[in-house]
Structures are given as C-alpha cells and as structure tokens.
Write a protein that binds this ligand. Structure first.
Ligand code: NAD
Length: 468
C-alpha cells in the first residue's frame, strides 16, 4: 500500500501513526528478521528495477531531463549493483562476528550480533530520486527492518512511480511508500521510529534531527557542502579536465551532492586549466550546450532563480570565462566557468548545486588547504596531482566525507568505502556493508559457563582479597 498526495489521499498524523503501528505489528511478528524474507525483498527490488527500466528513465526525464545513459549508469545500474551485492553478501553480513575476550572474563567467548532496529524511515531527495530513495531501503531490508520510504515531492514522476512499483512488488505489510511534501514529512517525523535516514540539505537535516531527538531516535544525515577540487600543474591536464567535467556537468548538470563545487589552482596555471575546460566542454556538449541532450535541466524555477542570483552578484561581474547562457522557459543553464571569484561572493558562500564552476586562484597550491579548512567540512574533496607529498598532505590535512586523488565522484562506486559526510556535510554513512550496519544494532553478547567463578568479585571485600 502506498499513500499518495498526488492521488489526493490525506496523509496526516493519524495516518502516519497508523502506518507505523501496522509496520510494527509486522516487525514484532519476526517476519522481517529471516534471511529468506530479506533475500526475497532484495530480489523483488532488483526485479522491480530491471523490469521497469524504461519507465524509470522516462520518470527521470520528466523530473530532470536526465539523459537515458546518465539515468541508466548513475541510477539504475548503481541500484541493481547495490541489490546484487547485498544479496550475495547477506549471509556473511548477518553472521555473528566472533571477538576476543579478556582475562577478566576467563573462561568465556564473545560475539557481536547484528540485530534489526525495528521500523525505520527513509526520507529522500530529488536529484537522484530513484537511487537515493532505494539505496538506503536496500540497507534497511538487508538488516531486517520494516521501512517507510518518503521520496522527494520535487521529483514527482519518480515519486509516484516508486509508490506504484513498491506497492506492486514489495511486501506491503513491512515496506511502504508515503508520497508528499512538508506536511506529510512532518506527520511522519512526529512518530517514533527506530532510525531515520535523511538525504537532503542541512536546514531540513536539523529539523529531522530535532524531531528524532524527541524519541531518542538515531539518525543518518546525508547532507551536502562545497566540495573543492585542487588542481596542481604536474598533471595530465586533458584527463583531469575530462574527469572534472564528468563529475560536475556529467552528474545531473552539477545538481549532485559530490559534484565539484569550486576549483583551487595557482594563478600561473589557471589560464591553462580554463583553456582545457573550454576545449573539453565544447567537445562534450557542442557549441550550443543549452540544446545538448546530455545535460539535465535545473529542477525547478526556484532553483533556477537561486542560481541566477549567484551569477547576478556584483562581486562576480565580469568573471565568467565560459558559458553563462540561460533559457528560463526550459529551465536550462549552460556549463559556466568563472575565474578569480572573490571568496566573499555569494557563489562562494553556499553550496552551488548547479552548472556553475568558480575557480579560485592562490600563489602556492599549499594555500588551498587553508581555503578548504576555513569553510564547513565538505562531503568530498578532490585533488589532481602527481606529487606524492602533496597527496599525503591532502589526505592527512583536509577533513571531508571522502577524498579522491586524481578523479572526482568515483568513490561513490566503491562499495567497500563508506559514503557519508562529516561535520556540516552529514552524520553516519552507508553503501555496501555500511548500509547494513547503518540499520543494525551491534549487540554485544558474552557467553560464560559456571566454571571459573572467582571469589574476588564478591563481598565481603577483605584486605586479603584486595591484595590479590
Ligand atoms: P529535497 O527538497 O528533495 O528535500 C529532501 C527531503 O526533505 C524531501 O523528501 C522533502 O520532502 C523533505 N523536506 C523538505 N522540507 C522539509 C521540512 N520543512 N520538514 C520535513 N521534511 C522536509 O532535497 P534538497 O534538500 O534540495 O536536496 C539537495 C541537498 O541535498 C543538497 O545540499 C545536496 O548536497 C544534498 N544531497 C546529499 C546527498 C548525500 O548523499 N549526501 C545526496 C543528494 C543530495
């Protein structure tokens, strides 16, 4: 069963309460704990995706004008891989982990048992509305929880497709979709959950965390930030430029949480880098990128106006060195590069989340560390260099959710790495086993026998005992 405000069903506190109650009955029955149930639901999620690829692509096109290839590679294939990995690894993930014990408890044995948390809530964002909705759900199911998914209302076609497909394919006694916006999410947030997994901006992240605190509910917050790219001069410029473009405009036209937000390079190297960006951008998107079918549009007119404001700021006037074209009627903005923007400009004071890429210049590349560390901790930080010393310094001195050397965004595809932020870019992590762990309680279990009962533990605490 899926609730949908699109279908004009009302979803308020009562409905939210009833939903959690229903799911808790199922969870308490023990149904979702079995390996068999978990695998069956993960397979259903895979089948749902594989069986409806065309509809998924169409809904992503309707919401964001995402190209078919981008939708397939960055949403559908990623989700299917995630599902398959979870199915393959599940037995191993579920197995208790034996750990050493200490002399104090001799003789004994101990293990960590992963236990499902209960009924969990996943609140998702609009920019990768298929992947970001279902990827956390994979973790929730794999860990044996009942789950409610609240997709983003800002990607309405994908939201209603998810509601329809999950209604058809999944066990609705334990997996539900609730569509809706602020009112519906607020009604959900009033309930007592066993975990809330939220993807989106930090302002709402704070609302989610405050609501969760009322019930001492743990949260994962997958937020954003200004992810920097440091560019050295000893690099393969063509490859570096192509990888920056792929991570920026090739990821939903910059509307991705780990897209490069700004570049830092030296004053001397900047002109070379700008030339390379111009050449490769034109090779990828042609002379009229507003017409390119390989670039997503801006999600809606509010975000279009927000991005326009960043460009209209007096402080960046005359700084555009490439692009800057807009078509409001089609919500399109072309790939835009700005050189030497002041650090107190609007574009440098908030996450850009769009196709604008400012470049900051410094005298020496080492200064980039201070530039990055003077702001909030980003979700990702990238550096292009062949200098071993600089790579090491970057890894050790730059705090970010994840760091990639000589590429952008690709750590997302490595499921043995945790994906999550630090500080303002988020709390907690997921992907692969980390998703399973995010939705599990790690229960400490100590096994003892009746042997080795040391009298020293028990009163009376005599002086002789104390000397032992
Ligand atoms: P959004 O507008 O889709 O909002 C996210 C969710 O919050 C939606 O489901 C929405 O219904 C809900 N919401 C909005 N206002 C609310 C309120 N007042 N109370 C309760 N719920 C509310 O997405 P967004 O926030 O614009 O997403 C963009 C941000 O998300 C960027 O900062 C981006 O970096 C970040 N992001 C992070 C990740 C990640 O994995 N770390 C992924 C994608 C996006």
């Amino acid at each position: 069963m899926a609730f949908s405000t699109v279908n004009k069903e009302v979803f308020g506190s009562e409905e939210a309460f009833a939903t959690v109650k229903d799911l808790r009955v199922t969870f308490d029955s023990g149904k979702t704990r079995s390996y068999k149930w978990r695998v069956s639901q993960l397979k259903a999620l895979f089948d749902l995706t594989e069986g409806h690829e065309k509809e998924i692509v169409a809904s992503l096109y309707s919401d964001l004008s995402k190209s078919e290839t981008e939708s397939f590679i960055q949403e559908i294939a990623m989700l299917k891989n995630s599902c398959q990995a979870a199915i393959k690894e599940l037995k191993h993930w579920m197995a208790p982990e034996k750990v050493k014990t200490s002399l104090t408890t001799f003789p004994s044995s101990a293990e960590i048992v992963s236990e499902p948390l209960g009924v969990v809530l996943v609140i998702s964002a609009w920019n990768y509305p298929f992947l970001l909705s279902l990827d956390p759900v994979i973790g929730a199911i794999a860990a044996g929880n009942a789950v409610v998914l609240k997709p983003s209302e800002m990607a309405p076609a994908t939201s209603s497709l998810l509601a329809k497909l999950l209604g058809e394919y999944m066990d609705n006694s334990s997996i539900r979709v609730v569509e809706g916006a602020v009112d519906e999410t607020s009604a959900l947030l009033q309930q007592k959950w066993d975990k809330i997994f939220y993807t989106g901006n930090g302002r709402v992240g704070r609302i989610v965390m405050a609501a969760a605190a009322k019930h001492l509910t743990p949260v994962v917050l997958e937020l954003g930030g200004k992810s920097p790219v440091v560019v050295d001069s000893d690099i393969n410029l063509k490859v570096a430029t192509r990888r920056i473009i792929a991570g920026k405009w090739g990821c939903n036209n910059g509307q991705a949480c780990i897209s490069p937000d700004y570049i830092i390079t030296t004053k001397n190297y900047a002109p070379k880098l700008v030339d390379a960006l111009k050449t490769e951008l034109e090779a990828f998107y042609g002379k009229n990128p507003l017409e390119s079918k390989d670039l997503s549009r801006i999600v809606n007119s509010n975000h279009f106006a927000r991005l326009t404001k960043l460009l209209d700021d007096d402080k960046v006037s005359g700084k555009i060195v490439y692009g800057g074209e807009k078509d409001e009627s089609k919500l399109r903005i072309s790939p835009t590069v700005l050189l030497d923007v002041p650090r107190d400009s609007l574009i440098m004071s908030e996450e850009i989340f769009g196709p604008l890429l400012p470049i900051i210049t410094v005298d020496k590349l080492e200064e980039s560390f201070d530039v990055i560390n003077s702001g909030s901790k980003p979700l990702a930080a990238y550096i292009f260099t062949n200098n071993k010393n600089l790579k090491e310094k970057f890894v050790m001195n730059v705090s970010a959710g994840g760091v990639v050397i000589n590429d952008t965004t690709m750590h997302l595809a490595v499921h043995t790495l945790p994906f999550g932020g630090v500080g303002e870019s988020g709390l907690g992590a997921y992907h692969g086993k980390f998703s399973f762990d995010a939705f599990s309680h790690k229960k400490a279990v100590l096994y003892r026998s009746f042997f080795g009962d040391a009298p020293i533990r028990y009163p009376p605490y005599t002086a002789t005992k104390m000397r032992l």
